[in-house]
Write a protein that binds this ligand. Structure first.
Ligand SMILES: NC(=O)c1ccc[n+]([C@@H]2O[C@H](COP(=O)([O-])OP(=O)(O)OC[C@H]3O[C@@H](n4cnc5c(N)ncnc54)[C@H](OP(=O)(O)O)[C@@H]3O)[C@@H](O)[C@H]2O)c1
Length: 216
């Protein structure tokens, strides 16, 4: 398959790129820092883009089978109380560019627990992580409410560990977490599930929480 990967230089994105190449896919990484990408392969091309400019993105998307977004925003200051819009802003330009290029399939990452009980919602909003989860939820709701033309899948992992795929079965749920699963899973497992969704066309027009039962 011909895959476009956003966030390919991030810790999960790097796993997705490596696994996709290992499975014989063609990968185009659209990144802001090409030097941060550790993979190299004849089937990998890397382009520097501004992810918020759809006019810049859409020529790269022509002819691709699926878009994978592993974008995230790591650097959050405890003292910055402003609303986080990173997920919805980057989603909007990706969607615009998908529509311009006629690409339908999108797999992106969110997190367990974006929808929280009201009491937790208010308290957590005082901290960057709460506002991060709020914006992820806005992204999920936007896809559901305004993107019936897009075959999206929102993958909601537990806490992420920088580890290789465990080989354990990945359990899924439509709830905000997967009952009986660990609070963490490896980025390698997330990458495995991302590619499974893309290759098998599963979980289309859905958000799905994922986790693993035991850790080895
Ligand atoms: N950490 C956790 O425990 C956890 C749990 C559940 C879900 N998640 C979510 O899972 C996803 C992947 O997480 P992760 O820790 O692997 O990655 P991450 O550190 O959140 O994402 C970083 C990626 O996004 C890119 N990025 C950020 N701002 C950008 C911008 N303005 N323009 C272009 N690229 C930009 C980074 O590029 P550069 O390399 O250039 O900075 C990098 O490739 C994220 O959405 C995260 O919120 C994380």
């Amino acid at each position: 398959m011909k895959l476009i990967i956003f966030g390919a230089t991030g810790p999960t994105g790097q796993f997705v790129v490596k696994q996709a190449l290992g499975k014989g896919h063609h990968v185009k990484a659209l990144v802001r820092n090409p030097d941060s990408l550790t993979s190299s392969n004849a089937r990998l091309s890397v382009s520097k883009v501004n992810i918020f400019r759809s006019e810049e993105l859409h020529p790269h998307l022509n002819g691709s089978d699926a878009i994978i977004s592993c974008l995230g925003t790591r650097k959050l200051s405890l003292f910055d109380r402003s609303k986080i819009t990173f997920y919805t802003d980057s989603l909007q330009s990706i969607l615009d560019s998908m529509r311009m290029s006629g690409t339908k399939r999108l797999v992106c990452l969110s997190s367990w627990g974006t929808k929280r009980p009201p009491v937790l919602e208010k308290t957590m909003r005082l901290f960057p992580v709460g506002r991060l989860l709020d914006n992820m939820l806005e992204m999920e709701v936007y896809l559901e409410d305004h993107c019936c033309d897009i075959d999206y899948t929102v993958i909601k992992p537990a806490g992420l560990l920088d580890k290789a795929p465990s080989g354990l079965p990945i359990l899924t749920s439509h709830q905000e977490r997967v009952q009986g699963c660990k609070m963490v899973l490896s980025r390698g497992d997330v990458a495995r599930f991302v590619l499974q969704c893309v290759e098998q066309g599963t979980w289309v027009k859905s958000r799905v929480s994922i986790g693993v039962k035991t850790w080895t």
